[in-house]
Write a protein that binds this ligand. Structure first.
Ligand SMILES: C[S@@+](CC[C@H](N)C(=O)[O-])C[C@H]1O[C@@H](n2cnc3c(N)ncnc32)[C@H](O)[C@@H]1O
Length: 181
């Protein structure tokens, strides 16, 4: 596992629509295939982005380590095509090639190890879209900058787990990476 896991007692902060300043539904959709059959959201939290993406996929697997986060997601309402999966990155209870596309928002710094990414590569047939707080950011929002990866570091981790990178950009506070296994 990467840096410390997001505190479920602070889950309210994940519901703030201001978050779309740092990552929008549109930029995630732009990098995904049209209507993937099986989309995985790694570190789905309260479902803030899962619920945004659910209308644009057949089935979404919302994977999170913390049952308390899934409880919050349930309180918010779980879309009919979303399956809540309580599992740790690196131990995905899914078979090889079971997923067509994956996203992970503001979570890479908590989950990314070579082992966890290699396990994602095992189940993934298509793109992996990552948006996370960047180590080159100003720290005006998000976790402390020393707990974050720069896009170059994230790229290196993904490559060491067998991913090929098709896009990697730094923005003022976040990075976006698109990779395929
Ligand atoms: C900062 S929150 C972001 C949640 C959501 N992606 C969003 O943008 O609203 C990070 C989430 O990742 C989950 N998480 C952290 N480490 C994890 C791991 N190793 N495996 C699965 N989920 C993890 C946490 O429980 C938390 O819900």
């Amino acid at each position: 596992m990467g840096f410390h896991t997001f505190d479920a007692d602070r889950a309210d902060g994940l519901e703030d629509p201001e978050r779309f300043r740092y990552c929008s539904r549109e930029e995630l959709l732009q990098e995904l295939p049209a209507r993937p059959e099986r989309l995985l959201d790694l570190g789905s939290g309260t479902g803030f982005y899962t619920s945004e993406l659910a209308p644009y996929a057949e089935t979404v697997y919302a994977v999170d380590l913390q049952p308390a986060m899934h409880a919050r997601h349930r309180d918010n309402g779980v879309a009919e095509n979303v399956r809540l999966v309580t599992a740790e990155a690196g131990r995905l209870p899914l078979s090889e090639g079971a997923i067509d596309a994956a996203v992970s928002t503001m979570t890479f710094h908590e989950t990314a190890t070579t082992e966890a990414l290699a396990d994602l590569a095992r189940v993934l047939e298509g793109p992996f879209v990552v948006v996370d707080w960047s180590g080159t950011g100003e720290g005006a929002a998000g976790p402390p900058t020393e707990e974050r990866f720069a896009v170059s570091e994230a790229r290196g981790l993904l490559e060491s787990a067998g991913f090929e990178i098709s896009r990697g950009v730094e923005r003022p506070e976040t990075f976006l990476l698109v990779a395929a296994a």
